[in-house]
Design a protein around this ligand. Structure first.
Ligand code: SAM
Length: 211
């Protein structure tokens, strides 16, 4: 991912977000040391934003598509009330094994449940109403996830979608992922079931509220 925001500005912004516990710092360090694509992790700015959005929306039932080593899931679950639940969908046993260790350590980690397998299949077994969704997996799957989730969303529920600017390549898409993001953005923007804003935060984040 090529940063859209100047790296020094991004670092300054991160330093001025609310403190995160030592758990997140250790997870960040382990992800950089143990995986080949650590930049997939959402990090502090987006993590704090996710937690805040969960709290502001009053969500109780949340779903995440694309868990990796667990940073975003920890952030979402931290914002949920004590009786809240987060179902995490991912295909990677290896990466989510790291996530599981950090969930076990977090005082709020017991709100999280992992379902391994292709997300589009796992979604079939999840009933609504869902209050909060974070989509951060294969970009070619985004339209399918959107369509599978929208009928299950609670009125006023939030969908948060990551990487919607794909390093700025949406302006001249060449790769399959960039083309998929362009198609997704057009699809979501034309959907009058939601109100939405595309934020130029990190790699681009769409926040959509179900009408
Ligand atoms: C960008 S990473 C997620 C990063 C994570 N949100 C974080 O903050 O650390 C994308 C994840 O999507 C998962 N993934 C890719 N294709 C998938 C699919 N078809 N179904 C479920 N998960 C998938 C990958 O295994 C990977 O862990």
């Amino acid at each position: 991912m090529i940063p859209i925001v100047d790296e020094d500005v991004e670092a300054y912004a991160a330093e001025h977000c609310s403190e995160v516990s030592d758990l997140y710092e250790r997870l960040r360090e382990e992800t950089y040391a143990a995986t080949t694509l650590p930049q997939m992790q959402v990090g502090r700015i987006e993590g704090r934003l996710l937690k805040l959005l969960v709290q502001l929306s009053g969500a109780r039932r949340a779903v995440e598509i694309g868990t990796f080593t667990g940073y975003s899931s920890l952030s979402i679950a931290e914002g949920l009330p004590d009786d809240g639940t987060l179902i995490c969908l991912d295909v990677s046993e290896e990466w989510t094994a790291i996530a599981r260790r950090y969930w076990a350590e977090a005082p709020w980690g017991d709100k999280i449940e992992l379902r391994l397998g292709p997300a589009i299949e796992s979604l079939e077994a999840i009933d609504g109403p869902i209050d909060f969704v974070f989509i951060d997996a294969d970009k070619e799957g985004y339209i399918g996830y959107w369509e599978a989730l929208l009928p299950k969303m609670a009125p006023g529920g939030l969908l948060v979608i990551d990487n919607v600017l794909w390093s700025g390549s949406v302006l001249a898409p060449e790769t399959e992922s960039a083309k998929a993001i362009v198609a997704f953005n057009a699809h979501a923007a034309a959907d009058d079931r939601v109100e939405q804003v595309l934020l130029t935060v990190r790699d681009g984040i769409t926040v959509a509220r179900v009408r």
